[in-house]
Design a protein around this ligand. Sequence first.
Ligand code: FE
Length: 357
Amino acid sequence: MSVSDTDLIRAWKQVLSLSRLEAGQVVTVLTGADTHPQTLRCALAAAGAMGARVNRLDLPPVNAEKSLSRDALAYLGATPLTGNPAAIAALKASDLVLDLMTLLFSPEQHEILQTGAKILLAIEPPEVLCRLVPTEADRDRVRAASRLIEDAREMRITSAAGTDLRCRLGSFPAICEYGFVDEPGRWDHWPSGFVLTWPDEGESNGRVVLDRGDILLPLKDYVTEPIELTVEKGYVTRIAGGLQADILREYMASYEDPEAYAVSHIGWGLQPRAHWSMLAHYDKEAHIGMDARAFEGNFLWSMGPNNEAGGSRTTACHIDIPMRNCSVALDGRPAVIEGVVQDEPGLARAARRKEAV
Ligand code: FE
């Protein structure tokens, strides 16, 4: 269902206000061939109405001939900014970059953030953006979860389906994704609402059993029969199951990169307004699956790079896997029990209230 420009401009204004946009600041909207025209139009209108100086930087797409998917997160690595110092300079000179193109997992993104510029990614369809407008309560809840990760040295994930994975923590920070950028040099993604970190290199071991209803991204498929993944010393060494396991194996093999199989980010969803069932309604090419990543209580883990967290792995392949009904324990203390988040009731209640926008 479509949303009105009025509603989307109001949503942008809330996100920009939470991001502490001030009159006179420079906002650069980064766009590409797949940028949604209404999202762009309303971002320009909202930022302009708040008194910002607004630029638009449109860059041609790259990587399509290498990727098997049209999903913006399916092929990482070179971006339209790679080897493009003029474009990088424009973004570095901005107070806020609204990324309607997708820079995620690129060294250029790091370089821009280091100057203090903020970057907010927003590429989901307008009605998803409007449904998942972030709030301060979202931030508070995600931050509280991140403190649990920062204090822990091991994350253990178990499930009735047979998952038992242990990940050593400590090398990488906990990352909060709550949908707005309220600090200099901060990156975030609207919509989101989850916490994550990366396990220490080579220190994840066990097995993950994907059950019916777990989700494979960027394939955007619900798992229909179990898939068992063996994890040894930080890498998935075996993917076993039926047709979907065969598809996943062949897809990952197409990258011809052993680093594709490394365990990447691990964490859990905290967004009550995101829904597991959303994927069943949409064409695969209409969205990138943020409901699937953020829905409350999912255990989200992935295979692929860790350069976003300051690591050195930069593989082009990235698989995100949101799982239902898992238990997540930090140093033995439960953070999620069978898909139910174990945080303070007050934090959860506040996050459930959708603030008026
Ligand atoms: Fe991911």
